[in-house]
Design a protein around this ligand. Sequence first.
Ligand code: NAD
Length: 479
Amino acid sequence: LLTTTGVFYYYTQKDRHPGPQEAFDPSKKTLVILGSGWGSTSLLKSLDTDDYNVIVISPRNYFLFTPLLPSVATGTLEPRSIMQPTRYITRHKKRRVAVYEAEAQDVDPVNKTVTFQDTSEIKGEGASTTIPYDYLVYAVGAETQTFNIPGVKEYGCFMKEMKDAEKFRERMLDCVESASNPNSEEEVDRLMHMVVVGGGPTGVELSGELHDFLEEDLKNWYPELAPKLRITLIEALPNVLPMFTRELIQYTESTFKENKINVMVRTMVKEVKPKVVVVENEKKEHVEIPYGLLVWAAGNVGRKITRDLMAKLPADQNNRRGISVDDHLQMKGASGVFAIGDCTATSYAPTAQVASQQGTYLARVLQQLAKKERLEQQLQTLRQENAEPEAIEATVKQINKASKIKPFHYSHQGSLAYIGSDKAIADLPFFNGNFASGGVATFLFWRSAYVSTLFSLRNRTLVLNDWLKVKLFGRDVSR
Ligand code: NAD
């Protein structure tokens, strides 16, 4: 025990007290990274900052472990447990990395500049700043798709950012506390009806977490209300989780049935009003469903800055799903720009796993490009100095080698989703075929997989601690 504590203490202190960093080097090229999500963070983690002067611009100064966001929404995890400051990574780099908490507003791919604005409350709507780049990594992600359905933005909650999870928790507790006040039966029924729109992994995981909150805590905190809580999952397609195998879809649907989560498939939300949601069912009838809390998890769409950037390159950028890139993740039509993650339109699903592999790949590409440039400079010097032909030939060979950049290859490690009551589903590409599993063992696998994917020892410790805390004391309903 003493040794473990000692090792743990050594690592935490090493993490807390980084050594001094080198300053920016004017002879190096400028690499600007937009975003602090999965793509950017895995890039930053693997990037050799000795090669470039690196600037990170993102409206939030942290990385958010999005797969566990539904757990924060229902109070299983604390917000900070799944947030990691971007400086947590950059402060350990050999050369200083500038981190600007600001919103990128415009990218000029011709003059190679980025314009951004400090949107912090203290500054208000401050003036914008424009900086040049030699290389740009465009990893701004996507935003929640509303399809311009009336009332979604006004009355629904999203599940994309930390503020969404916090708003969800506030509203959920609002509903429960209001329902505890003297009310008509009809009003209590409405307030205790939680509606989740979208049967993708986000909607399914959130429904599962909501069920856990009901079973494990609501029954104890509000025994008179617990029987009234209803969860409805609305999905436009014939089934939930279309990306999983038939077997796992059935397993999820039957688990939801056991857990009394009402799944309404082939049902399309048409409008969200303050207290009712209007849906169109299979028979094309419009039905009004009263709700207390509505969560909108109906997929993602590109951001405005991405649409604006694409509009500047109409000949090369015309895919409605997002930015088109080549095999090396170079944005088509824009020299020096790489695009990764959910803002791109590739043959892969827009998942955290893809973005993170793209980030790691790009770190290698950027290292290779820096090496190639160093060799080219070396060659120039050799020629100027009339060096031996052998030396020139050897450098040319090295340049040719460095110019051969392998294309990006995605290696699918499988898909996992938590479905509630300590059960998870896993679709794993083992043995050249799909290995599908669901159940409690898969749940333990899901937990360990997520914990090991968390980027830092600090976050792993916090998440494990939260899980233990909830097992021992239950979720807290104060706010
Ligand atoms: P999604 O796009 O996967 O699912 C959204 C669902 O909403 C779709 O099935 C769609 O048919 C439905 N929908 C859209 N409009 C609707 C309407 N008006 N009425 C009813 N239903 C409607 O979205 P997501 O779940 O947020 O996932 C986004 C991406 O992130 C996906 O690529 C997903 O694989 C990934 N992701 C993966 C995990 C995981 O692997 N555990 C978790 C979260 C997200």
